[in-house]
Design a protein around this ligand. Structure first.
Ligand code: PEP
Ligand code: MN
Length: 337
């Protein structure tokens, strides 16, 4: 249930109202927008009399919200959330590009790529230290050493770093990481999500390979229910019947759907979605046009020798070219809309 408060409601009135609601054993979520304050009630609201709440002098409207995701719901929080990733803002009109190799391989590899993507205008550096690989015989990542190398690259370039966590026991290693990524394969690792909900780190939550939008939002809800509202959603392609020409199927319709359903920023990863560097630029531009809040792309200076995902990695030159086109599409959209 949500209650939209009248303009001019004082802090004291709001405090009394929320205290009264908490008396029913409910969690209260307050969203203060530019023009409106919305109070979201989370928990069993069946005992509440909506008409009684609607009759209060400070309440403009009351609505029951049947969606199972509450904190992530735009009805609870009409304004776009803006996530502060160590100074890089994402959402609410702030567009961010995350780029870097699939895996951190060596200091030279990472710093070389980091410098190149920064020059091309990227805002955050990505790189996997813990790698979820389909085969146990494939490169599993440099683990703690990989995080050290990311921190070095951050120091040198000033770019905040994004890297994937696979096990909550590794959280101490992520202390200085700016954004923690939850990969597609862990989107429904609920124990991991609960632990991340106890942190205050921005979380980049990738969509599961075969997850519905509702399941994805419920996973965001797990993190938010723990108190961490800094969640960004990343669409990275889903499994459909055709994997001959593309690795996955990029669900771009998820962008407008999510914009309607949630206030959380939406990032598109055209690299894992297509699996081929040939198609990354087109899909990146389409994502911008669809209204995404950012992009995440894989970049490697020597894709042929990459230890992971070389086929879908852009060279720094291709990345710079993509960034130029992204900028053209963004300014065209600004003029047109
Ligand atoms: C990645 O970003 O390198 C990755 C493993 O992505 P996903 O979880 O989307 O497969
Ligand atoms: Mn990858």
């Amino acid at each position: 249930m949500i209650a939209v408060l009248k303009q001019g409601t004082t802090e004291e009135q709001l405090g009394n109202f929320t205290e009264w609601l908490r008396g029913f054993g409910l969690d209260v979520h307050i969203s203060k927008g530019e023009f409106q304050t919305v109070v979201g009630l989370i928990g069993d609201t069946t005992r509440l009399d909506a008409d009684l709440i609607g009759s209060l002098s400070i309440v403009e409207a009351v609505r029951r919200v049947s969606d199972p995701f509450k904190s992530a719901n735009r009805k609870f929080h009409p304004d776009d959330s803006i996530i502060n990733c160590s100074g890089v803002m994402v959402g609410g009109g702030n567009f961010a590009v995350i780029a870097g190799p699939c895996s951190v391989e060596s200091e030279d590899q990472l710093t070389g790529i980091a410098r190149a993507v920064k020059t091309a205008g990227c805002n955050m550096l990505r790189g996997g230290a813990f790698k979820p690989r389909t085969s146990p015989y494939d490169f599993q990542g440099l683990k703690a050493e990989g995080i050290e190398l990311l921190l070095k690259a951050k120091k040198e370039t000033g770019l905040p770093i994004v890297t994937e966590i696979m096990d909550a026991h590794h959280l101490p290693l992520f202390r200085d990481v700016d954004v923690i990524q939850v990969g597609a394969r862990n989107m429904q690792n609920f124990e991991l999500l609960k632990e991340l909900g106890k942190t205050d780190k921005p979380i980049l939550l990738k969509r599961g390979l075969s997850s519905t939008i509702k399941e994805w939002l419920m996973s965001a809800e797990y993190i938010m229910a723990g108190g961490n509202e800094n969640v960004m959603l990343c669409e990275r392609g889903i499994r459909t019947f055709d994997s001959q020409y593309t690795r996955n199927c990029l669900d771009l319709s998820a962008v407008p759907v999510l914009k309607e359903l949630t206030h959380l920023p939406v990032i598109i990863d055209p690299s894992h979605a297509t699996g081929s560097s040939k198609y990354v630029k087109s899909m990146a531009l389409a994502a911008v046009a669809a209204g995404a809040d950012g992009l995440m792309t894989e970049v490697h200076s020597d894709p042929i020798h990459a230890l992971c995902d070389g086929a879908q990695s852009l060279t720094p030159e291709q990345f710079a070219d993509m960034m130029k086109s992204v900028s053209v599409v963004r300014s065209a959209l600004r003029e047109a809309l």
